[in-house]
Design a protein around this ligand. Sequence first.
Ligand SMILES: [Zn+2]
Ligand SMILES: [Zn+2]
Length: 173
Amino acid sequence: MIPSAIVTIKELILWEYARLMSEEASGERDNWRFTLHNFEQLNSDKKRWSHILEEEVKVDPNKCAYCGSEKDLSITRIVPKEVCYFAKIHNTVRTCKKCNSSKGGKDLIEWWIFNGQDKIPRSVLAKYLKILYICHECNGTTDGCALDEYGKYNLVYLGYVFQEPCNSDKVRA
Ligand SMILES: [Zn+2]
Ligand SMILES: [Zn+2]
């Protein structure tokens, strides 16, 4: 459940990230008390997102980021298309051949839901949330409404930001 105080895209992304922090601290992604505490700290800038290198250190380089397989690994994109210059560094994971061919060009969250799985691995979701955040920042939409057309919180919906080239790339071009 998401508190109704969450309205903006920034707040929804921070809430999802706070759940990952809660999982790290308590072993539970759905620990409401931990999540709320982490969210408040992130949202008031008392706590910062861990740096990308810290995220990378926690990842086992010999395993598929999605399923943990050690066979036929290659570097693939989380967001299937090229993302902007600022988000690019977060957009790669090591993937086994099986996961790579099943995910292919699909959006991370849609693919995961389609597979009937309820928990995207922490390391992958952390990176995806960062890419989402960075590109909403590039496009000036972090303060936009986080609700989709049905009035629901929906991370898949926030991925609309990847459909067009990022504003930062338009400026750089
Ligand atoms: Zn795999
Ligand atoms: Zn961007």
